[in-house]
Design a protein around this ligand. Structure first.
Ligand code: SF4
Ligand code: SF4
Length: 148
């Protein structure tokens, strides 16, 4: 899996998204939806999308628009001990705020229990919600799914 490298100082500055496209596929809804024009792809067939981290505000609009569920929000310094991860979530029922759920890596391996901070629904998101979870900072780049 390919992903963009985030400059360390930018990671600690505020919310952003990480793109982890599993394959190079001709696809571009993430580019069209971004109000800041922060996402670009040089060549659809050979490149994964690139994020300009000087432009990305972490607004999360691109997350539910990605058909590959390959975009994840990270607010690294959410509080002193934890990061806030924003994950795409298509299943029903949705988790509830405050619920304890399993945090899984991108292959579905259990990492640790995490707390659901918020569930964001919007008719423009189609079937996809955004589930925000609090995780220990060391897991910000590891947890990519949840299991109720
Ligand atoms: S989070 Fe918002 S600003 Fe950042 S790439 Fe996605 S749509 Fe653009
Ligand atoms: S919408 Fe998702 S799958 Fe399509 S190019 Fe963007 S990140 Fe990759």
């Amino acid at each position: 899996m390919k992903k963009n490298k985030i400059p360390k100082d930018r990671l600690k500055k505020g919310p952003l998204v990480i793109i982890e496209c599993p394959e190079k596929i001709p696809c571009n809804p993430c580019i069209d939806v971004c109000p800041r024009k922060a996402i670009t792809i040089k060549d659809f067939l050979v490149e994964i999308p690139k994020i300009d981290y000087n432009k990305c505000t972490g607004c999360l609009l691109c997350i539910p628009k990605c058909p590959g569920l390959a975009i994840f929000g990270v607010h690294y310094n959410y509080n002193k001990m934890e990061s806030l991860l924003s994950l795409p979530y298509e299943f029903l029922p949705r988790p509830k705020k405050g619920e304890k759920v399993w945090g899984l890596d991108h292959k579905g391996k259990k990492i640790c229990k995490v707390i659901v901070e918020r569930v964001i629904e919007n008719p423009n998101f189609d079937r996809c919600a955004i589930v925000q979870i609090r995780v220990k900072k060391k897991y910000f780049d590891k947890i990519r799914m949840i299991k109720l």
